[in-house]
Ligand binder design. Sequence first.
Ligand code: SF4
Ligand code: SF4
Ligand code: SF4
Ligand code: FES
Length: 782
Amino acid sequence: MADVTFTVDGKKLTAPAGTLLIDACRTSGIEIPAFCYYPKLSMQAACRMCVVRIEKMPKLQTACTTPVTEGMVVATETDEIKQARKATIELLLGNHPLDCPVCDAGGECELQDMTFKYGAAESKYVEIKQHREEQQWSPVVYFDRPRCILCYRCVTVCGPGMDVWALGIQNRGVGAVIAPNGQDHLNCEECGMCIDLCPVGALTSGTYRYKTRPWEMNHIATICTHCGDGCKTTLGVRRVNDGMEIVRGDNRDKSGINGDFLCNKGRYAFDFANRTDRLTKPLVRQPDGNFAEVSWDHALDFAAKKLREIREAKGGQAIGVIGSNRTTNEESYLLQKFARTIVGTNNIDHHRTADYVSFAAALAGKAGRTASLRDTLTAPAILLLGNDPTNQHPALAWNLRSNVRLHRARVYVANHVEIKLRRQAKAFLQIPQDGYASLVQYLAGNDSAIAANDTTAAFRDALRKEESLLIVFGSEFRGRDIQALVDFGLSLPNTKFAALGDYANSRGAADMGVLPDMLPGYVPVSDAAHFTDEYGAPLPKTPGMDLLQMFDAAQRGDLAAMYIVGSNPVSRFGVDPAVLKNTFLIVQDMFLTETAQLADVIFPAANLYEKAGTVTNTYGDIQLVKKAADKAGVRTDFELIVRLADRMGADPKKLVPFGRGVTADMGQSRGPESGEADRHAVWLAANRLELKLSPFDPFATLDEIQRLVPSYHVSRLELLTGTEQPEKFDLVQIQPAGSRRDLVLPAEDTLFTSGTLGRFSDMMKAVVESHTTPNPAQTAAD
Ligand code: SF4
Ligand code: SF4
Ligand code: SF4
Ligand code: FES
């Protein structure tokens, strides 16, 4: 839309015609107070807090409902306006209990801020307060009715925002109250968005309420550890006896890839980190079959000695390594380097939740064809094939709903079940569970691939007319089917693609080469020259055993040892414990999982909230992970891999190139390069970065990843300042991988499960809805 020019408080501003005055002012740094208005949600004009004076208009106007027009002259802070706002606050305080000292929102309350600003210290209303007891609407949502200022943000975020419609308004006028549509409880997705948007302390969080105050916490922005969307979450942490405890999760400043959104897992399911049954001491199995707590030295020495002996006696092929979907990129990378250079094997794999290898092969050499999560919020047309984003990718579901609502995006959905997102779809096709490949053939022009009818024909016709389609597909697509889908997409103009996988760093594990046949960046193991130079050691060139082959080999007695980092394959793949009875098992984990119970040595490990590094979401957005919490007794997977390697006789400096380019000149040398390192050190300090002088510094490994993996050649500065960097996936150059064995096993998590972590989240288990989803104890875990 064309720009218009107008004046606010004497300043000339321009904005596209039709922009709401409140948004135009905020963009220009002129703050207009608002309670009922919330960007991108429907207008309410209920609170009158945003009133401004517009020249030639008889009365004060609400900035939240007035579009800017050419020549408009606006005043936002005159005495008249201040008086009006003060009167509004007096009204709002009519029933308000003024219990700020105990209210959870104290210190973060928009009403409190406005009361300070406009000085409405007293209410002229002397009627008896309409007091109501606090209500618990669900284990995670509480409602304190007297504090509610009836702004309706909660109703609109739950309705149009979440498409859940769990909240409504009862009664009229002064008797109006917010209430759950399910009578006295919420039957909903428990996302907590209503709590987040509530400008006062009327809605409070069951995991946080009355625990602490905002100024008593540190607020650390990091990435959610649950699904593959990789939302930014801000963790509120405070010091406790054995470290730093997480007390709250929210997306406080609404920044990052997910903007306003967080789902229930990102917001509440951090409590696994605080559990008392976490492993905090290394355990070694004794001759009597029981575990004994031992020192770190003993456990590391014992494990390293055993691995070294097996390597020397039987070769690296007798050892298997299994990585994780939740460790950082640096840890995954380090693990594959450990397996290949120190153990000397390509027997390395992880639980694959999407076929990223085939996706990379299908897009080899095609620039700019992968979509970021942000693209799903703005793409004019989206084809969603398979998956159920409401359950498995809640941020994607939020983006698609918002895109339809705000930009009238056209969403086409084909699925074998009637997923909730069909409600936003321009067209929905229900197809047989095994019908995805046939549907793609049909879309590509093979009329006999399915029994077509008018609906399918209209679906195809509409898609073919799209000029900028974003194709998002679930793990229903693998191998050659991905190639066929990409070929179809590329027959349309400007198509982009996204492959959906589960868990926080499934994509990163694949990108980093935690695969038996692929090095980092999907380089086949037969083509290792590039890596050999950097690693300074020859790498095994024949593909190793995949995850299932490793368990088969263990059963045959051909796998003498296994090193399992942050995953639970025994539960996930239903491995019979007897299979591992002759295999020396080292497990690194947070809990005594089904896999850990079979181990000979267990190292207590940190989780994603307790470490630094990067992760890559399923769309290829690389993001920075910051250490927020801490637990005495645990160590990061990164440190554990380095320590084990060290005790196996490896040179840690070869494994982690720490100090590279920095230790060479710390100010002592006086050659032609003198001063370089000093300047570098000053620059690092000015940018609050640290010198890489520790073998446990994951950023030294990130340097190496960026040197060796072309798709990770992204701006380090942007990454470090918290802006996600889309992976340059198009730079991958590999051969089609249609003949590879299909080992993809989707997690099939719901909104209320999250593999092993979900099983250790009491809050997740407490929500009523989780009991209507598969029993988490029987849910496959990772
Ligand atoms: S928690 Fe989410 S789904 Fe439930 S009422 Fe609040 S906004 Fe609606
Ligand atoms: S509960 Fe909070 S968000 Fe909902 S109407 Fe009341 S004040 Fe507004
Ligand atoms: S959508 Fe996924 S990444 Fe985002 S908060 Fe929820 S579980 Fe975490
Ligand atoms: S913010 Fe404009 S009327 Fe409430």
